[in-house]
Design a protein around this ligand. Structure first.
Ligand code: NAD
Ligand code: IPM
Ligand code: MN
Length: 353
């Protein structure tokens, strides 16, 4: 299609700052191509909750469902903001969207671009993708507390892992690995301790692996994976893992590829029965919000993932190439948020001449 209806949820903190730059770049790349993004902004997040007592109601949820895709910034209050209990916005907004729209693939590429500065002295060529489960595991919200507030309190969070959920995740990861040059799939889990979920994951990988003779499969416990993520991240190609392990590992992946401000993600419903959602891996960064220094690159690259999903791989590649050129030209020089957006737009222009 040449026209797409996009819901834009800037959210809190640096969310609106980085989303503005993503929109700037998206407009600059789509307009000359004759592609139209009809954008509707949804002012949800901390302010909305403080004003209305509502995070995300069913009516808004249904309006969001009618869009072709969602561009998301970040939600979450500052840890010292006592007006907003931790978890309200995260659970009732971000996770409600991921669960409600069945975003079972949380796709998180990690690429070390030339010009980006890894904290590793010899990082090698880092180019891998984490296929993180998006709708199950410890995020399922299954648990509670007994004897709350007493010294005998028992707090539980139960990890939910279904054969259906694991199978569709692992299937997607194998297809992705099979399409890549190195064709390597690493299952990351902790099946030496989490034996129930771990065995389900391992068995599913073993079974589906038979259908992918060209894909080399290996396994790593999550604790060891964090070692290799530091000592040799270039070894990874496709990682498949559960919701919480994937959350933790992708912050680390962001760090070794030049910083969390460069790491994009897609929350994908691969069956396309609901809009997929694209966002930076990072959060609302209250420590730098309002300073105009947040890196918008992660949000811009999330925009490229959205273009890819909407059927415009050529436009997605233009954005990726412009970001690559921008990082090569400017490295890790400190620039304002809007300057980075302008520079990426300039690279788009320079490349289309
Ligand atoms: P965070 O990702 O917001 O910040 C971690 C560190 O990275 C901070 O020092 C921050 O300044 C820095 N950082 C993050 N994004 C950056 C960018 N684009 N450019 C430069 N520096 C950047 O994680 P946190 O501090 O743990 O969480 C802050 C709030 O965000 C919490 O309320 C949390 O729940 C929420 N959160 C939301 C999302 C989301 O909406 N997807 C993701 C993570 C955290
Ligand atoms: C992320 C965030 C979220 C997650 C939180 C805010 C719910 O950390 O997108 O990585 O844990 O998935
Ligand atoms: Mn996270």
């Amino acid at each position: 299609a040449r026209s797409h209806s996009i819901a834009v949820l800037p959210g809190d903190g640096i969310g609106p700052e980085v989303v503005a730059e993503a929109v700037k770049v998206l407009d600059a790349v789509t307009r000359p191509a004759g592609v139209t993004l009809e954008k509707t902004s949804y002012p949800l997040g901390a302010e909305h909750w403080l004003e209305t007592g509502e995070v995300l109601n069913e009516d808004t949820m249904e309006r969001l469902r009618s869009h072709d895709a969602i561009l998301f910034g970040a939600v979450g209050a500052a840890p010292n903001d006592k007006r907003i209990p931790s978890g309200i916005l995260e659970r009732d907004l971000l996770l409600k969207l991921r669960f409600g729209f069945d975003h079972y693939i949380n796709l998180r590429p990690a690429v070390l671009y030339p010009g980006a500065t890894s904290p590793l002295s010899d990082p090698g060529e880092i180019d891998f993708v984490v296929v993180r489960e998006g709708t199950e595991g410890l995020y399922a919200g299954n648990g509670g507390t007994l004897r709350t507030g007493t010294e005998h309190e028992i707090a539980t969070e139960v990890s939910v892992n279904t054969a259906h959920g694991v199978r569709r995740l692992v299937r997607y990861a194998f297809d992705l690995a099979n399409s890549r040059t190195r064709k390597r799939l690493t299952l990351v889990h902790k099946h030496n301790v989490l034996v129930n979920a771990g065995r389900l994951y391992q068995r599913t990988v073993d079974e589906l692996g038979e259908q992918y003779p060209d894909v080399t499969v290996d396994y790593m416990h999550i604790d060891a994976a964090t070692i290799f993520m530091t000592t040799d991240p270039a070894r990874f190609d496709v990682i498949v893992t559960d919701n919480l392990f994937g959350d933790i590992l992708t912050d680390q992946a962001g760090a070794v590829t030049g910083g969390i401000g460069l790491a994009p993600s897609g929350n994908i419903n691969a069956d396309r029965i609901a809009p997929s959602m694209f966002e930076p891996v990072h959060g609302s960064a209250p420590d730098i919000a309002g300073t105009g220094t947040a890196q918008p690159t992660a949000a811009i690259l999330a925009g490229a993932m959205m273009l890819q999903h909407l059927g415009h791989p050529d436009l997605a590649e233009q954005v990726n190439a412009a970001v690559r050129a921008d990082l090569e030209a400017n490295g890790s020089a400190q620039r304002s948020t809007s300057q980075v957006g302008d520079d990426v737009v300039a690279q788009l222009g320079a490349r289309s001449v």
